[in-house]
Design a protein around this ligand. Structure first.
Ligand SMILES: O=C1C[C@@](O)(C(=O)O)C[C@@H](O)[C@@H]1O
Length: 247
């Protein structure tokens, strides 16, 4: 479905996280979503949360099967200190940076690395991407599951994210409506180069209208029970709202 609110606005993109324990289940999930097993609508792209893979699944040869999957994708290896399940045990089996660099070798659409993780890698991934002449875009992400920081702090984080990557991402918990205003402000100020999300029930408005303000995508779930973060809408609900709101 194409939704064009403004002449210059790009397609609104919906991304569904894939959080399976095995590569086989991940690929089957994407195939089932594409075949509308879980929902009436299908997303534009998928975020493969490779941190969710069981450690027995962690080999470059195995994760490469995901990089080859024929869909628009984000490859993410989310650490446990940022809300994911990656930990030192999994890291000892296969390094998260090795996974992300291999994904870059495969020209996946996006990789996502935490803003905090960059303390160790500095410019590493962007230089690597340029050196191997990959087209992968680098998302640098910041999550705050407790609150939404003051705009001046968010702005500093976003500016630093752009020092290391191509797309800035903030996903913060919305505690009051002014938080939503700050998230929309970030979408507008960094239009089409940012993913900005308000987590939690109060933040749902940003998940629905963030793309109109300039966020390049929004995350949805295809399950009534399972979501990768608080406040995600079911994909069918979002499509229904967009069709009504933007018709
Ligand atoms: O960073 C994000 C955003 C998210 O946390 C959300 O709030 O929808 C969902 C995560 O899967 C993703 O990596």
């Amino acid at each position: 479905m194409k939704i064009e609110v403004e002449k210059d606005i790009e397609l609104y993109k919906i991304c569904v996280p894939v959080m399976e324990e095995t590569v086989e289940k991940s690929l089957k999930f994407v195939k089932d979503v594409h075949n509308k097993v879980y929902s009436k609508n299908v997303p534009h792209m998928y975020e493969f949360r490779l941190d969710c893979l069981h450690k027995s699944e962690l080999s470059i040869e195995n994760v490469e099967k995901i990089f080859k999957c024929d869909c628009e994708k984000i490859i993410t290896v989310r650490w446990n200190w940022e809300g994911g399940t990656w930990n030192n045990e999994k890291e000892s089996v296969l390094g998260c940076l090795d996974i992300l660099k291999r994904a870059i070798d495969f020209n996946v659409n996006y990789i996502d690395i935490e803003h905090k993780n960059l303390k160790g890698v500095k410019q590493g991934l962007r230089d690597y991407r340029d050196n191997v002449h990959s087209n992968t875009k680098i998302i640098v992400s910041y999550h705050n599951f407790m609150k939404t920081d003051d705009y001046s702090i968010l702005k500093n984080i976003i500016e630093e994210e752009f020092r290391y990557g191509d797309i800035a991402k903030i996903a913060t918990s919305v505690c009051e409506n002014m938080d939503n205003c700050n998230i929309f402000k970030a979408c507008s100020e960094y239009k089409h180069n940012i993913i900005a999300i308000g987590m939690g029930k109060l933040g749902k408005i940003t998940r629905v209208h963030g793309p109109q303000f300039g966020s390049i995508l929004t995350f949805c779930t295809v399950s009534k029970e399972k979501a990768s973060a608080p406040g995600q809408l079911h994909i069918d609900d979002l499509f229904e709202i967009w069709e009504r709101y933007y018709r």
